[in-house]
Design a protein around this ligand. Structure first.
Ligand SMILES: Nc1ncnc2c1ncn2[C@@H]1O[C@H](COP(=O)(O)OP(=O)(O)OP(=O)(O)O)[C@@H](O)[C@H]1O
Ligand SMILES: [Mg+2]
Length: 439
């Protein structure tokens, strides 16, 4: 029986009718990957605030590379996607996971078997599938080598299993004179405190090959900048590419598409307002429209946006997102209490004093500067009052969502906000939207 076929190897999350813009990034990474066949590509890191659509871009590029190329063409480039897990694991398990993922992509691409990747074949079943796929393509010796490497990693018969795994794509590309484009997501997880082995250190060699460029992204911008662009282990090996919030035009277009998709009535005039209030952040635009679909069924005016934002900040999609960010951040901070989480007015005043002007969003900025706050960036701010034009512009530039404190207070009181879980050492709770998130 033929396996069910998908038109993706890594599942995109955003439905096609909603997906908006980002064309330059899709084209850039697609072309950069293809250029690896001509040794023209340098490893690249995509840097941007949380929830800008980075993961979605990588997934779409990888899928396109898989399905739009002829694997028999001499200049074909093998796409590989790997997302570093946040889970604690031993070096051996990590190495097995990384190597098996590579083998799935490599054999899956050359034998045109997307199901090998979709099904996440591993262990014995992967080995059986590889053997079955062997006649489908004139695989070279390197396939046997990969299986041998996997075997020695599984048997713990090598000194540095993670090195064996991380360098595998580069080695195969060099020996086979082939091109392989490795897309790595959630890169910040390579620096989890629970790992006692050094992934990033072993990446130095792996990412330097022009026939095996590595494209990297993740959600903790400060970690990526420090390790890759800054003076960290990978300094000088990557070019950087920034991803910004959607422009007003594309943000409005996305709001329109999301409203149509969710059956939410929205006058034309409100689309740019939604985009503006969400700072051009696609996740927030989607959250506001989804919240409307669940509650009001329409976004008739700005007042409705205020209400939707307040509901969502207290118990909806954005709440979930902030909760996730803050929890990760607490975990990372070694369960130290992130002390700048507090009353927004106080934070706003403190920030305003520091910056010498009012109306600046309250966020996580100061904590970053102290060096032990969230290794991320604020992307939700609660203003003491409706921000002036400059404040709104700033919010838009930074891709942060803003909410008017007065509306929020009234609504939170009415709704009873879902507090974030109590923090260990003081029992203080933080209200969503107040904390400066980051992970
Ligand atoms: N181009 C887009 N069009 C429409 N919606 C989008 C687009 N990009 C992202 N989204 C929305 O934003 C959400 C977040 O996207 P994604 O997970 O790719 O962001 P990210 O930058 O990888 O986030 P993180 O920093 O948390 O890793 C998606 O689930 C989707 O709802
Ligand atoms: Mg992501």
């Amino acid at each position: 029986m033929n396996p069910p076929q998908t038109d993706w190897i890594v599942e995109p999350i955003v439905p096609e009718p909603i997906y908006t813009d980002r064309q330059e990034f899709l084209d850039f990474f697609y072309k950069a990957a293809l250029n690896a066949a001509r040794r023209l590509t340098q490893s690249t890191v995509m840097l941007g605030q949380r929830r800008m659509g980075k993961t979605e871009i990588f997934k779409r590029v990888v899928n396109r590379l898989f399905f739009e190329q002829d694997p028999a063409a001499p200049e074909a480039v093998v796409p590989v996607y790997f997302s570093f897990p946040a889970k604690q694991m031993s070096e051996t398990r990590f190495a097995v996971d990384y190597l098996e993922n590579f083998i799935r992509h490599y054999v899956g691409f050359y034998s045109r078997r997307p199901d090998m990747i979709v099904k996440m074949l591993a262990g014995e079943t992967l080995l059986i599938a590889v053997e079955k796929a062997r006649p489908l393509f004139p695989f070279t010796k390197t396939l046997d080598w990969m299986l041998e490497w996997l075997d020695s990693v599984v048997r713990e018969d090598c000194v540095f299993p993670s090195r064996m795994a991380i360098e595998a794509p580069r080695r195969v590309a060099a020996i086979d004179d082939a091109a392989i484009a490795v897309f790595l997501d959630e890169f910040q997880n390579t620096r989890l405190p629970q790992y006692d082995f050094d992934i990033v250190g072993f990446m130095q060699e792996a990412v330097e090959s022009p026939t095996c460029p590595h494209f990297v992204t993740g959600s903790a911008m400060s970690m990526l900048s420090r390790e890759i662009i800054g003076r960290g282990a990978l300094f000088g090996r990557f070019r950087g590419m920034d991803i910004k919030p959607m422009t007003g035009y594309w943000g409005a277009e996305m709001a329109r598409k999301a409203a149509a998709y969710g059956g939410v009535e929205m006058p034309e005039l409100m689309a740019p307002v939604v985009a503006d209030r969400c700072g051009g952040n696609p996740f927030y635009i989607r959250a506001v429209v989804n919240q409307a679909a669940l509650t009001l069924g329409a976004i008739p005016d700005e007042e409705a946006i205020n209400r939707l934002l307040a509901v969502d900040l207290s118990s909806g999609f954005i709440w979930g997102e902030l909760h996730d960010q803050v929890m990760r951040w607490i975990e990372r901070a070694g369960r130290r209490r992130p002390h700048a989480m507090g009353v927004p007015e106080q934070m706003a005043k403190r920030q305003a004093r520091r910056r010498g002007r009012a109306g600046t969003p309250a966020g996580a900025g100061p904590m970053d500067q102290r060096g032990h706050g969230p290794p991320g960036n604020p992307n939700v701010a609660v203003f003491p009052r409706r921000p002036d034009r400059r404040g709104r512009k700033k919010a838009r530039e930074k891709g942060i969502l803003w909410s008017d404190r007065k509306d929020l207070d009234a609504l939170l009181e009415h709704l009873g906000p879902r507090p974030l879980p109590k923090l260990d050492d003081g029992g203080e709770t933080a209200s969503p939207g107040i904390a400066g998130p980051g992970k």
